[in-house]
Structure formats: C-alpha cells, structure tokens
Design a protein around this ligand. Structure first.
Ligand SMILES: Nc1nc2c(c(=O)[nH]1)N[C@H]1C(S)=C(S)[C@@H](COP(=O)(O)OP(=O)(O)OC[C@H]3O[C@@H](n4cnc5c(=O)[nH]c(N)nc54)[C@H](O)[C@@H]3O)O[C@H]1N2
Ligand SMILES: Nc1nc2c(c(=O)[nH]1)N[C@H]1C(S)=C(S)[C@@H](COP(=O)(O)OP(=O)(O)OC[C@H]3O[C@@H](n4cnc5c(=O)[nH]c(N)nc54)[C@H](O)[C@@H]3O)O[C@H]1N2
Ligand SMILES: [Mo]
Length: 696
C-alpha cells in the first residue's frame, strides 16, 4: 500500500527540488542482480525517485544514480551508413520485422537466434517468441552460469541438492561444519544471505574454504585449501573418506550405485598425488576430509558456476557434490537439502508444442548431454556455427541485454557477430555489444517496469512500476511481444497484452495479475514444506532411483560414467610447451562488490570502489617480473593481450593470477579459450587458462 510520509531528513539528492518535501514510498524490488532485493522507493512530487531503502548491497544503494544517469539510452536508434540516428519505436519494430522475415524466407526461421543475458525478466516472453517464430535458438547466459552445476547435480541426484547463494537463502540450521567450495559470498551474495552465514560463524560453525584466493571467508576459516584453479575434481577428499571409512556405509549401500567403482577410482588419488596435482599440502587435504566427515551436520556450500568453468567442469562438480551423500549429510537440516519449493508457474514457452518441427539447436549435435538435459541452445557452440555455417547458417541475432564480453575469446565472438546479416540489441546503455548492432533499443529499468517476482518458500509479487519510463524506454516484455505482433504472431504472444501473459503464467498457481496488484509488496502462498530424507518415500529422480555415482546418463552418451578427473585442457601438466611461454595459471571472474559483470562502471559511487581493471598477482611472481603494486602490466595468453594495473597481493599463491571480468578496455575474455570446451556441458574454461604477465 502506498503511504505518504513526511520526512524531515530526506533531501532531494538530485537537486531539482532543494527543499524538504513529502515523499511517496512505494514497495518494489531491486533488480540489479538476480536477488530482486525488497526495496522501498521514495518518490517526490515531481515523480522522481530521490532515495531507496532496504537491506541492500552497495550496488542497490546507488540505484538512483543508475536510474537518472545521463548516458542512459532513451530512444530507439538505427545505424545507417555507420551513423546512428533516432527513429520511432514503430519504425524500429518494422525494420527488425522486415529483416527477420527476409532472412526467414531465404534461410528458414532456424537462422535467427534470440539471446538474453543476465536480464532474466525477459526470458519467458523471449522463449515464447523464439518458438512461435519457429527458431530452435533460445539462448541465455545459462550457457555460462548455473546450468552446468545444475546438470552435474541432477546427474547425481535427479535434482539439485546444492546450496549456493544466488538461488535461495541458505539455512545453517545447526550446521557444525561448512565446506565452502569456490564461492566468496561476502562479495557475490545478497547482504541478508551473507548475514546468515556470519551469524552461523559467530555461533561456532567450523569452516573449510576451497579457493585459489584467500577470500574474506578464507581468512577466518579453520582450513583454507588454496588449490590450483581447475583441479577441484582430483579425488583427494573422497580417497580419505573411503580409506579411513569415514563414509556413511548404510546410506551408501542402500541409496547409491557405483560406490565400488568410485572406491577403485579414488584409490588412484592418494593425498600425495592430489597434493602434486592441486598444490594443496597433504596434511590439509587429510584434515579437511576428516573435519567435514566427522562434523554432523555438515554443509557443502558451492558456487553456481565457478567449479564448472573448466574443461572438466561437470565431472569436477559431480565429484564435489557427491560429498554430502557419502558422508550422510544429504537431505538433513544443516546439511544439503532440496531448496524450498516455489509457487508453480505454467510453462508458457511453446517448446513442447513446437519441438517436433524445430531444427537442431546450437550445440545439439556437439553437446548432446547438454541438449538432453537443458532446454536451451548452447551459446558457446553458436559462435562455431556462425563461423562454419554447420550444420546450417546463422544470419541474425536479437539480443536482449547481451554482452559480448561474457563469452570466452571475445575477439572471435566479435568476428562472428560481424558475419551476421542483422543484429539488434535492447539495453540500458551503449555497450561493446550495441557498437555492433544495426538497431539499438532503450530498455526500462526495474523502477519503470512490471515483473513477476518469485522466491523459494511461496513468495510471489507483481512488481509495479514506481515511476514513468525515462524517454521512450520500454520494458523488455513489451519490445518482445510487440515484435511478435509485427511478425504476424500476435495470437501466439498474448496479442501483446501484459496481463494476459501474466495470467497465463499464474494459471498453475490459480492466481491473477489483479490479485497480485492488491498486494504490491508481495504475498506468500502456501507451498509444500520440504521434508528431510524425502528420498525414503520417493527415491531419487535418476534413472535408477538412486544416487548415481555411476551415471547412467553419461554412460548412455558414451562418457565415463564415473566422476573422473581430467587436467584442464590448458595447464602446466597437459600443455607443458605452452606453459614455457605462459607460466602462470589464470582464473577470472571473481565477483566484485561494486559491479554486476560489465554493469555499473558508469556509477561514480561504485566505480570508486574498484576504479580500474586489475590483475591480482602474488608478490613472488611480481618480484620475479620486476612488477610493483600499481604498475601497468600486460597480461597475455594464446588468444590475446590486455593491459591492467597490478594488484600485488598475498591473497594468491605463487603461480596463479586472477583477473576481474567485464571491463570494456581490459576484457578478461580476450584471453580465455572459446574452443576447447567441457565436452559434457559446452562450458568454457574461464577459470583455468595459462598466461604471462609483464611490465608495460
Ligand atoms: N571470464 C569470465 N567470464 C564470465 C564469467 C566469469 O566468471 N569469468 N561468468 C559468467 C557468468 S556466471 C555469467 S552469469 C555471465 C554474465 O553475463 P551477462 O549477463 O551478459 O553480463 P552483464 O555484463 O551483466 O550483461 C548484461 C547486459 O544486459 C544489460 N541489462 C541488464 N539488465 C537488463 C534488462 O533488464 N534488460 C535489458 N534489455 N538489458 C539489461 C546490461 O546493461 C548489460 O549490457 O558472464 C559469464 N562470463
Ligand atoms: N556483486 C556481484 N554479485 C554477483 C555477481 C556479480 O557480478 N557481482 N554475479 C552473480 C552471478 S551471475 C553469479 S553466477 C554468482 C557467482 O557466484 P560465485 O561463483 O560464488 O562468485 P564468487 O563469489 O566470485 O566466488 C567464486 C570464487 O571461486 C574462486 N575460484 C576461481 N577459480 C577457482 C577454481 O578453479 N576452483 C575453486 N575451488 N575456486 C575457484 C574465486 O577465487 C572466487 O573467490 O554471483 C552472483 N552475484
Ligand atoms: Mo552467473
């Protein structure tokens, strides 16, 4: 409910009304990242947001600077003879529709790709439009993000018994030991989630951190396993659990398949060998396995993606996520439970209706496991398809919040994009990606648009716009549905009507948009409670009904069914000759508190937190190269070279460097490899490449 409050202390920070004023407070959510944090927007009489409140991270606290930034895209733009000029929405939609129809008539609907990046709110309508148009290529940043850990966990368990902070709130109900694997929640999690973790630490939860960098969490942990990037799958901990009989024999006998085979596999990975591979001292590997296995309950807390950003990612993540099952920590409070159920939403994608008529989607032939387990095309395979025209040509991409710098080997990605006949993007700002587009469209912010928001535990909200859009910005859904209408597909895209679309989605919950509007701050719908050890009644949702250490899915596709360890495709061990030229292992994309990927560099208050792109390098490696803290350096790999400042820090062990991603003029993905991918998921090795750093 909107309420008028009188606030003595709230000055309009934008200076257009420099007097104390009555402000309207409207509940909303902050969609600066997927957490959709509850927020209250304070709006002055001029209809301008002057302040936001909520339990917000730094990015969230500076939303008004984002909202009113002078560089925001406000009108549709068309590139003509290399120059951009303003057009109307109608002209823009006509132009895009003409291009798509011409391309469809000549090459078939399968030559058009629909891609959405982080802006997840447009995913559902975009997916609908893709299949209505007859294209198989609905692609998102899932090709890089959590889909791979989801696939790995689903292979093991038939569902996702994994705790990571991007998808829901982790509960540390009595957790005695937390095994934090490849995540740095102080930087990447929503503040209220991180507080839960800190609270558990205060009451004495033991902590083990597995991360090449000494992160905030690692600083206070009992054990910090500072491994070489990409070597997470070496089976050191499983070896100890088996050898010292620290596993839960009862659970293993009743509920797993393949334990004997795993025992034989793990026997090949004694701590001495694992220490050689990973660089983690023998005693630490043993101590970590013992501490985790003997503390009950113990929780494995992972990243949505970091462990799978290597060429053996799915298998590495399978090995890691088997630990809760082996130690009897599966589906118990304080251990690893299934996430809280959500309000059910109807699948309105049209995928199943259209599937039989669709041509193979990007990566369907090269990454068949991915294609079987994930309903989208694999973006990393798309670049190959554009360049080779195999199995058929790709001619156009419609991008909704698309960032070329998130792909591995950006140089190659740009080269491919330039081969297209048509490319358009909708975004908040001009970016490296809009630089390549023929039509650029302005999108509305979360303050200016409606969206259906759901959270685990039965929370549902229809976020209402709290201010009018700036200029001619449109919400993504409106662009997508209006484009559908111009393409003659109106009847398949709810005739462009938002409420019809939302009501369709809400059908399975027996709710309507109107009902939700009466509860602007959201409502809680009763959903089934999660029950510990639910597998005792239902079994596991795998082909065998058990935990599949020996994966029948992988076997059916000709992969090794066991979670085997393979060296990263590029590493000191697998490519020693390359290692002579590039003697440092690099990982990239540790999250920064200041930014979401490439976003928010234009917000002054955030920019000052991390004002420049840096490479984190150890004092030992810096000394050996005559590099001092703050020096401008060049980081080079087989693919490319960027210049950044050196952050000389003992947070990294010798031999390993870390690059933040998303910097326009120092793009970490200029260095990463987009061709040697995880054969199961198609994921790129963002977290395990070789490079050299030298002074400029
Ligand atoms: N080297 C390296 N690369 C990585 C990673 C890594 O760890 N290392 N991580 C990978 C992962 S996990 C992910 S999720 C991806 C992230 O990849 P992206 O999702 O592509 O990353 P962003 O930079 O957030 O780019 C999104 C673009 O969408 C725009 N945008 C944001 N919100 C909206 C909206 O609501 N509507 C519209 N139309 N536009 C919007 C932004 O302005 C921006 O230009 O990066 C991947 N790439
Ligand atoms: N502020 C902010 N928050 C974000 C995002 C953002 O861009 N900014 N992005 C959101 C998105 S899309 C995602 S996917 C999540 C990502 O969430 P996380 O992946 O949990 O991200 P980080 O907290 O950076 O943690 C990754 C950690 O993995 C470590 N690491 C690097 N290589 C390896 C390796 O080979 N093995 C192991 N064990 N660890 C390794 C890094 O040093 C880093 O500390 O964050 C989300 N939250
Ligand atoms: Mo992500």
């Amino acid at each position: 409910m909107n309420s008028i409050i009188s606030s003595e202390n709230l000055l309009d920070t934008h200076g257009d009304i420099a007097i104390h004023t009555d402000l309207i407070v409207k509940p909303t959510t902050c969609y600066m990242c997927t957490y959709d944090c509850p927020t209250e927007a304070y709006i002055n009489r001029g209809g301008r947001i002057v302040k936001v409140e909520g339990q917000l991270c730094r990015r969230g606290r500076h939303q008004t600077e984002f909202q009113y930034h002078p560089d925001r895209l406000l009108y549709p733009l068309l590139r003509d003879n290399g120059r951009l000029h303003r057009i109307t929405w109608d002209e823009a939609l006509d132009h895009i529709a003409d291009q798509l129809i011409t391309i469809r008539d000549r090459y078939g609907p399968e030559s058009v790709v629909f891609f959405a990046g982080y802006p997840k709110e447009g995913w559902t309508p975009l997916q609908r439009l893709t299949y209505a148009f007859g294209s198989p290529h609905y692609l998102t940043e899932c090709s890089f993000c959590f889909a791979s850990t989801s696939i790995a966990s689903t292979m093991n368990y038939g569902s996702e018994y994994q705790d990571f902070l991007s998808t829901g709130r982790i509960r540390y109900d009595g957790t005695q030991c937390n095994l934090m694997w490849s995540t740095n929640p102080g930087h990447s999690a929503a503040p209220n989630f991180y507080h839960d973790y800190l609270e558990a630490c205060r009451r004495g939860m033991q902590r083990i951190v597995v991360d090449p960098r000494r992160t905030e969490a690692a600083e206070t942990a009992a054990l910090h396993l500072q491994l070489r990037p990409g070597t997470d799958g070496a089976l050191g901990m499983i070896h100890i659990l088996v050898n010292e009989e620290l596993y839960d024999a009862d659970f293993v006998n009743r509920w797993t398949v393949g334990f004997d085979e795993l025992r034989h596999l793990a026997a090949q990975y004694p701590p001495t060998r694992v220490a050689e591979i990973t660089g983690v001292p023998v005693q630490q590997i043993i101590a970590a396995a013992r501490l985790y296995a003997t503390s009950k309950p113990a929780k494995l807390q992972t990243s949505p993606c970091a462990t799978t950003h290597t060429t053996n990612g799915v298998q590495n993540h399978r090995a890691i996520t088997l630990l809760p099952a082996l130690t009897g920590n599966l589906d118990i409070p304080g251990g690893n439970m299934l996430p809280d159920p959500m309000v059910p939403m109807k699948d309105v994608s049209l995928f199943h209706e259209k599937k039989a008529q669709l041509k193979p989607r990007a990566g369907e032939q090269t990454f068949p496991v991915w294609a079987d387990m994930y309903q989208e095309g694999q973006a990393n395979a798309l670049i190959d398809q554009i360049l080779t025209k195999k199995p058929y040509p790709i001619k156009a991409i419609i991008g909704v919040g698309m960032n070329l710098m998130i792909w591995p080997n950006t140089g190659r990605v740009k080269f491919a994009i330039r081969k297209l006949d048509f490319f358009s993007v909708i975004d908040y700002f001009e970016t490296v990606t809009t630089d390549e587009a023929q039509v650029i469209l302005p999108t509305a912010t979360w303050f200016e648009r409606s969206s259906l928001v759901t959270r685990p535990g039965g929370f549902v909200q229809l976020r209402q716009p709290v201010v009018e859009p700036m200029g001619e910005a449109w919400p993504d859904w409106k662009f997508i549905l209006e484009l559908g209408k111009k393409l003659g597909l109106g009847d398949q895209v709810w005739n462009g009507d938002f409420d019809t679309y939302i009501n369709d989605r809400l059908k399975s919950a027996e709710l309507t948009a109107d009902q939700l509007r009466q509860h602007p701050a959201g409502m809680r719908i009763p959903v089934a409670q999660r029950v510990p050890k639910s597998y005792e009644h239902k079994g596991f949702n795998t082909p065998s009904g058990k935990v599949e250490i020996y994966s029948s899915i992988l076997k059916a596709h000709g992969f090794d069914p066991l979670p085997v360890y393979r060296e990263p495709a590029e590493s000191p061990i697998s490519t020693p000759e390359l290692f002579d030229t590039y003697p440092l292992v690099f990982t990239s994309g540790g999250r920064s508190k200041a930014y979401t990927h490439s976003q928010f560099r234009q917000i002054g208050n955030l920019h000052k937190i991390l004002p420049e792109p840096v490479v984190q390098i150890s004092p030992k490696d810096a000394d050996a190269r005559g590099i001092q803290h703050g020096n401008l350096v060049q980081v080079t790999s087989e693919r490319g070279c960027i210049q950044v400042k050196a952050d000389v820090t003992d947070r990294l062990p010798g031999g390993v460097v870390h690059l933040y991603h998303g910097w326009r003029d120092a793009d970490a993905n200029a260095l990463t490899d987009g061709q040697d991918l995880d054969p199961i998921s198609g994921y790129p090795p963002f977290k395990s490449g070789l490079c050299e750093v030298s002074r400029v």
